[in-house]
Structures are given as C-alpha cells and as structure tokens.
Design a protein. Structure first.
Length: 208
C-alpha cells in the first residue's frame, strides 16, 4: 500500500530575513560579543558562526570590525539617551533648570548602569577608540551638549557652547569613575551632584 508523502511537512522552509532584519540580527549578535569580550578578542568569524552566516555576509552590511563596533557603540549610546530623555520627561518643563539638568544627568548614569555589562560600559566611556568610534562618541557629546543647551537656555553664546561641552566632558569623566566602581547606587547622588556643580560652574549662572 502506498502512502502520499507531504514533502513540505518533512522539510520546513527556512525563513528568509529581510535585509533590515538581517542587519539587525548581525548587530544584536555583535553587541553580545563586544559586551562580553575585549575588542581585540572579538572575531567577526565567531559572530558569523553564531548567526550561521558567512563572514562575507557580515561584511556586506558592515565593512569592517571597526565599523561593526562603531554601530554597536552608537546603539548603546542611543539606549543611554533614551533613559536620559525618560528621566527628563518626568520633570515638568516649568521646573527650575537645575532640577531638569539633575534629571538629565541622572538619566545618563542610569542609562549606563542599564547597559548589558561592565565591558559595555567601559566601551562606551573609554573603550576601543579608532576613527569610527571617535566619531560616534563625538556625535554623542554634541547631542548631549545640544540637549543641555535646550534645558539651560534656548539661545547660548559661543562661550556658553564651550561651557556646555565642558559640562558634558565632566559628566563623562564622573560617570567613568562611577562605572569603574560597579555603578554603586549609594554613590549615584554624589556623582550627580558633582556633575551638576561642574555644569553650573562652567556656565556661571542657571538663569541665562
């Protein structure tokens, strides 16, 4: 007696990802590697193997390991910015500027603490630094300075602009020290106070 064989049932079809989904899958897997290993120990080949794809396919979306790292770094910094905005949104727009700056700085620290590992935090703050990574960090610093400018005053002078960049630099430096200690909750407010004080000192006056 013969039985009909349903070939489609025996051999499941492999789902074909869209280019956007494929690129995101590579980025997600790469982030896992960079969050658990030093930059020098991360291998594009290992990332491709985890995904079940070729190294050539990874390079189709990200030309180099440096470019892949820069994309991961950009994603992590964007995640931090989301937490910053969330904290800022919880403070009414009519609140004193110092209170809004405090919320924004708190969001930066909380965003760093929410990253997947100590290595990820180190990479964001002072990790691997080639031309691509430098450009990503520079853009993030400019965005932070711009957001700080919006909080403190709608129109600032060139001197104030440099002061705001100095404030962002102070925030990064303090955050690095706090992160190296493991982001201790009991030290977050001293860290915030130090950054807010540095920003106020650079500007000289909240009421600008």
């Amino acid at each position: 007696m013969r039985y009909a064989v349903n070939m489609s049932a025996e051999i499941p079809r492999r789902t074909r990802l869209t280019p956007t989904a494929r690129k995101q899958a590579i980025l997600t897997t790469a982030a896992e590697h960079f969050a658990s290993l030093p930059f020098t120990d991360v291998s594009v080949s290992a990332i491709a193997t985890d995904l079940g794809v070729s190294v050539a396919l990874v390079h189709k979306y990200f030309q180099s390991k440096n470019g892949l790292f820069a994309a991961v770094l950009s994603t992590w910094l964007a995640d931090v910015a989301v937490v910053q905005q969330r904290e800022l949104d919880e403070v009414v727009s009519t609140a004193p500027k110092q209170d809004r700056v405090t919320a924004w700085v708190r969001g930066y620290l909380l965003g760093l603490a929410a990253l997947p590992s100590d290595k990820a935090r180190r990479q964001v703050l002072h990790g691997h630094d080639d031309a691509d990574a430098t450009a990503v960090r520079a853009r993030a610093a400019e965005r932070n300075a711009q957001k700080l400018s919006e909080i403190v005053a709608p129109n600032v002078s060139e001197r104030d602009r440099y002061a705001l960049l100095a404030g962002v630099g102070a925030m990064t430096a303090v955050a690095a020290q706090w992160a190296e200690k493991g982001c201790p909750e009991q030290q977050i407010w001293p860290a915030i106070s130090a950054v807010v004080g540095a920003i106020h000192g650079s500007l000289g006056d909240w009421q600008r």
